[in-house]
Design a protein. Structure first.
Length: 160
């Protein structure tokens, strides 16, 4: 931070055994960081069917619905704020899956959703340009009218 030797009237204090030196930055307590957060009380803005996905020091509520194109998802903060909403597709074009047979897994965020059973993991990626910051009931009809092949080809043509 600074050089004590530059001071005209410096004083040295003898070390005191058994005392922890002062550190202005709080040290992390590793045992607490290794645990995931339990689900907080569900805020009134979070849909009742939303699933809590805990992380290390963070977590989010996910509301998932199937559609003819893949999965439609909303992600909410623990405080009930909509973080993102979008439509997600699978490279294998798996549609109409029964969400009750899967559990939400890692990684799942605004870019991809991972679903898992005992013997299968399926990852869905967000359709390019299909991320919205308002609730899904307003946009489901828009999603169903999207030509998935056109949306993916348009995004791929932008990659240089």
């Amino acid at each position: 931070m600074n050089n004590v030797n530059a001071l005209k009237h410096k004083k040295s204090v003898a070390p005191r055994p058994g005392l922890i030196p002062f550190d202005p930055i709080q040290q992390s307590v590793k045992p607490y960081l290794k645990k995931t957060l339990p689900p907080p009380p569900k805020h009134q803005n979070v849909p009742k069917e939303a699933i809590w996905l805990a992380g290390q020091g963070a977590g989010s509520w996910f509301a998932l619905k199937t559609s003819s194109k893949g999965i439609i998802a909303e992600r909410y903060s623990p405080d009930g704020y909509l973080e993102c909403a979008g439509m997600y597709y699978n490279d294998n074009h798996e549609t109409g899956i029964n969400l009750h047979n899967f559990s939400l897994s890692y990684p799942s965020d605004c870019q991809k959703i991972t679903l898992q059973t005992e013997d299968k993991t399926v990852t869905y990626r967000r359709i390019p340009g299909m991320q919205f910051l308002y609730p899904l009931p307003d946009i489901i009809n828009h999603y169903e009218s999207i030509d998935l092949a056109v949306a993916l080809n348009a995004e791929n043509s932008k990659i240089v």
